[in-house]
Design a protein around this ligand. Structure first.
Ligand code: 5CA
Length: 440
């Protein structure tokens, strides 16, 4: 992408309305734009990051055996009347009437709709286990939308829903998602801690929130320090192994971790002084096992091996991609701007032409740009006629992991400079060597 043709409306000044660093940086870099309270557009730079976050979520959901579909944002009120949640959900639910005056709603979550899809076609235990997910917009009319897309009214959610014949099978499905979440957050460059959690309007009694620690987080959390050293389940984890997954779950829940709603002060105080961590955190995922809470009122049953009808045991599993993007920024930035983990960076590298219009600089940059693109890299080429200082500041601000700097003196010697955004380390390489290094 040539910067001269890209759409990246960078703000010169820090936006006043932004209280936390991620919100400030997302507005300054032109990743997002507020359209009305708690409702945002994702501009091209932000969309690139969001897409990469979604791709990682999708890969790990698929690896764990979940299957993607897509459900609509607008739902009929009837389904919610069946489960009893139409009244219960309260003012967070945006209720709408269509031209026939039928009550509709903008879905805040999809337990009812997925249960309806399930009951309409699954009749036998032989189709189980089944886990269906989508990545779709949700709407919750939050009392206090704030911090940009961290807590917005319209937001993206990956929501998965599992169906099993028995409670034991459902716990295995729960553990699959638990492990998939550990892997997902790790690949996003985050250390997320699973914590026993309250279930709120989703229901059930077995639930974990995945929290990343950040001073600006909205949740108050209490946990043991040892989480920092726990191993992330490997890529070849056998998701069909009931014992294997249970062992991972047991390990990750063996030490104390709870949000304020579930906090047990006595248990926490029994942890040694230096081992305790009382902090703030951001909830980036939440998983629930709620048994037959929806299958019972909605009549979602399958025929079991005994020939009898059984209500299915269900769970639901949410991740907030539009919250994850600011959460990653909260965890990874410095005074000059964002520092993207390579896995979600909007571009793999930025080629900085320090003297656009200079023939040697132009041709060197064109060569680098073409070579990196041909190798399948996402490259931003700063071909604008801005001053070099402005270009460096922009590159630092938007946080692309590698900067390839082509200035007249180096180029005359057949060289370019590589700068690592995270460490600030610089090295001078021949153009050939730079291409080889970046395409290796
Ligand atoms: N049905 C269940 C799981 S699929 C559910 O709705 N769970 S939830 O309410 O905990 O939401 C799941 C995830 O969505 C949260 O962990 C969070 O990452 C994200 N999320 C929830 N509300 C918001 C919001 N207002 N803004 C941004 N992300 C949100």
């Amino acid at each position: 992408m040539r910067l001269s043709r890209f759409f990246m409306p960078i703000l010169k000044e820090n936006p006043k309305e932004a209280e936390i660093v991620s919100h400030r940086l997302m507005l300054r870099t032109g990743m997002i734009r507020q359209q009305s309270q708690g409702i945002y557009s994702w501009l091209p730079l932000g969309k690139r990051v969001l897409d990469k976050v979604n791709a990682i979520i999708r890969e790990e959901q698929n690896r764990a055996g979940a299957i993607e579909l897509s459900m609509p944002t607008l739902q009929s009120a009837e389904l919610w009347q069946e489960s009893g949640r139409y009244e219960d959900y309260g003012k967070e639910m945006l209720r709408i009437r269509d031209r026939q005056d039928r009550p509709m709603l903008y879905g805040p979550t999809n337990e009812e709709m997925i249960t309806d899809i399930f009951r309409s076609s699954v009749k036998s235990y032989k189709s189980l286990p089944l886990n269906l997910y989508h990545i779709q917009l949700k709407f919750r009319d939050e009392i206090r939308p704030r911090f940009g897309t961290m807590r917005s009214r319209e937001f993206l959610m990956k929501d998965a829903y599992s169906f099993d014949l028995t409670q034991a099978d459902a716990i295995h499905s729960y553990n699959k998602m638990f492990v998939a979440y550990l892997r997902t957050f790790d690949r996003l460059g985050l250390r997320a801690i699973p914590m026993r959690a309250d279930t709120g309007p989703i229901g059930g009694n077995h639930s974990h929130e995945f929290i990343i620690l950040a001073d600006t987080g909205e949740s108050e959390v209490f946990c043991h320090k040892s989480f920092v050293d726990f191993d992330i389940p490997a890529v070849d984890t056998d998701f069909d192994s009931v014992e294997g997954l249970q062992a991972i779950f047991d390990k990750w829940t063996s030490v104390y971790a709870a949000t304020s709603e579930m906090h047990d002060a006595a248990a926490f105080d029994s942890i040694g002084e230096g081992e305790r961590l009382s902090a703030r955190g951001i909830e980036v995922g939440h998983i629930f096992y709620f048994g037959t809470k929806y299958s019972e009122p909605m009549g979602a049953k399958v025929q079991g091996p005994d020939g009898k009808e059984h209500l299915v045991h269900m769970g639901s599993y949410g991740i907030g991609p539009t919250r994850l993007v600011p959460a990653i920024i909260e965890a990874s930035h410095d005074e000059n701007g964002i520092i993207w983990p390579a896995s979600v960076a909007p571009f793999d590298a930025v080629v900085i032409n320090m003297k656009a219009g200079d023939q040697a600089c132009d041709s060197t940059c064109e060569r680098l740009y073409a070579a990196l693109q041909n190798a399948g890299k996402d490259v931003l080429y700063d071909d604008t006629d801005d001053r070099a200082g402005t270009k460096f500041a922009t590159a630092d601000l938007i946080g692309v992991p590698v900067q390839v700097i082509a200035g007249p003196r180096a180029v005359a010697a057949g060289e370019v400079e590589l700068k690592d955004r995270k460490t600030g380390a610089r090295e001078t390489l021949t153009i050939e060597a730079a291409i080889n290094k970046l395409t290796a």
